[in-house]
Design a protein. Structure first.
Length: 194
């Protein structure tokens, strides 16, 4: 058997002989020239550090879950605000319906007050208590002389000039209007200055 210069004479391959040589120093490793594969591995994070891909996947998953949580929190806040708004609207509606049925009583009180029948006596005390009770429930009168005409809350019945009242302002209130919160229970019937 002939031996080549690459093979030792004892039949062992060259790599084992190289392993038995002196180990490389840190300076030799740092100064060694990189191969193309090593350079590509430096630029590809999956090849360079397989654990970093798992970490980035976990980070992305955590970010997705955090986004889901933020979205859910925003949806809950919107739900809470919407239910609060709907509850207020429902309350205004129900109170408006109940108080709307009492408006003829208010009209009678206004007529009695205009005729001078509410100057003194028990009926005046009852009228005052009823008005204060309904004020506490949020019932508010609409329509004052001199107030600007608003077709959303006033019903123009006629045009009538009045001293000291500007054009398109209320010159006379024929029937008071009422509102509860933002809901108009009954529009005020008014005369408007031309």
């Amino acid at each position: 058997m002939s031996t080549s210069p690459e093979e030792p004479q004892n039949g062992e391959p060259q790599d084992q002989a190289a392993d038995q040589e002196s180990p490389l120093t840190a300076e030799e490793i740092l100064n060694a020239e990189q191969t193309e594969d090593a350079r590509a591995a430096d630029h590809d994070p999956a090849v360079a550090d397989p654990e970093s891909t798992g970490d980035s996947e976990l980070a992305q998953l955590a970010e997705d879950r955090l986004d889901d949580l933020r979205r859910l929190q925003a949806e809950f806040l919107n739900y809470k605000n919407r239910t609060d708004r709907e509850r207020t609207q429902l309350r205004d509606h129900v109170v408006g319906e109940v108080l709307g049925s009492l408006l003829p009583v208010f009209d009678d009180i206004d007529a009695a007050r205009a005729a001078g029948d509410l100057a003194d006596g028990p009926f005046a005390a009852i009228a005052t208590k009823l008005e204060s009770l309904l004020d506490k429930q949020g019932l508010e009168r609409i329509g004052e002389i001199g107030e600007a005409f608003d077709p959303n809350v006033h019903e123009a019945v006629l045009q009538q000039p009045a001293e000291g009242v500007e054009a398109d302002h209320i010159s006379m209130v024929l029937r008071s209007g009422f509102r509860v919160g933002t809901r108009v229970v009954r529009a005020a019937q008014v005369a408007v200055a031309p």
